[in-house]
Ligand binder design. Sequence first.
Ligand SMILES: O=C(O)CCC(=O)C(=O)O
Ligand SMILES: [Fe+2]
Length: 281
Amino acid sequence: MEISPLCDAVGVTISGVQLRELTSEAAAEVDAAWNEHGLLVFRDQELDETGHVRLAEQLGEIDVNRFFAAVDGFEQIADVRKEVGDELNIGGGWHTDHSYDSDPARGSILVARDVPPVGGQTRFLSTTLAWQTLSDELKERVATLDAVHSSEHIFGPNSGYAKRMGDRFSNATAVNTNVHPVVIAHPVSGQPCLYVNPGFTTSVVGLEPDESKELLDTLLVHIAKREHAYELAWEPGMVAMWDNRSTWHWALNNYEGHRRQMHRITLAGVALGRAKVSQYA
Ligand SMILES: O=C(O)CCC(=O)C(=O)O
Ligand SMILES: [Fe+2]
């Protein structure tokens, strides 16, 4: 197995491994690389739906997404799909998945099934690097704060976005809201990560609405900087795994007239604790 960086900011590419026949030693190496680097990219894979489920089960417990339509015959696999006539795609803005849950999902394994001939890239960025590049003043200000995360405005019964997604979303009444620290310790690496995102974070606990909005905007603009990010161009046979705690992602909607289909399996995560950054607290 060979591991090499995708760029200076986030992620590695792993070669010399076939994910459909991963030994337990190789699975442990992939698992460790995933926790360390946040984003793993594998090329030239031959992973059918059964192999995808088997791989996920080697790496953890599956968290079935309750809002996404599933692939026929595989309730564990979310169908991340945009047909030629669809206007919106899934994940078409910076976000991290499942931050609205009490124990947010660890991350996902995404398999390219139908890649458009142009566009359809996914951007990823490192929230670990975004913490490191934050000013000392802001580090000190946010280290003890918590933020509210909700799925209601995205997946809920009054979401215009969900209405426009048609049968790709369901279960609108299963929406929820939870609070997490703004600066979490990655559950395995212990690295501090800035854990707010434009998709699901709605406010900072204990601040007046305008102060909360101003602080969130400042943090989100900082995190979204190009120097924290990488743009992944998908190829047939490509598989990517991202960590929801240490990365954000954004699926570009730039392939009008073409179809794109990805299969996603999400792995369960744990409750998130505050990073010990006492030098700033
Ligand atoms: O289609 C993609 O590249 C990712 C979409 C997304 O946000 C997700 O599956 O969580
Ligand atoms: Fe997503």
